[in-house]
Write a protein that binds this ligand. Sequence first.
Ligand SMILES: [Zn+2]
Length: 183
Amino acid sequence: MATTTGPTVADLLARNKATLSSFQPRPLFSEMPAMDLPLPSTIIVGCCDARAHPEEFFCLRPNEVIVLRTAAGRVSPVLKDLAALEAFIGYGKVKQLLIVHHTDCGGSHMKAADIKAHIISRRPAMKPEIEAWDTPSFGGKSPTESVKHDVAIVQQDELLSETLRKGTKGFVFDIKTGVVHEV
Ligand SMILES: [Zn+2]
């Protein structure tokens, strides 16, 4: 396995402190109607990979877009969250859902059977439950194929509004060129 590293908690808190001189306070939900500020109508589901931040490659500003990040950007783990967000924002008010997978994703390097075997080795008694899990693995698919698979999952989810299902599109972010293209 790869070696791991990263900033310490103290490092992160120091970085936060450095942002405060330019931080702009955000409006409360209760303040937004009087300020004529709408809620976001776009949600992005992307991979948690530290090389693939949607905030960076889409130049996102505060209160513009909701970003959900999962292992490999798989949409299945957040279907309930999407339904809950529609309940909060308003059924049919979320117009666009972008599912973004990326090149060289861990999901294309991991096999579902290996992930499950690894976890089962630590909790053998849970084998039947773990065997039934969805995993982030692309299952031998390319990012283009995996993202199409996830778009189809959303489009078939009857708990989500027709507006959201019809507004769902798939994309692949190329980590070498920075280009995001629609699939
Ligand atoms: Zn990834």
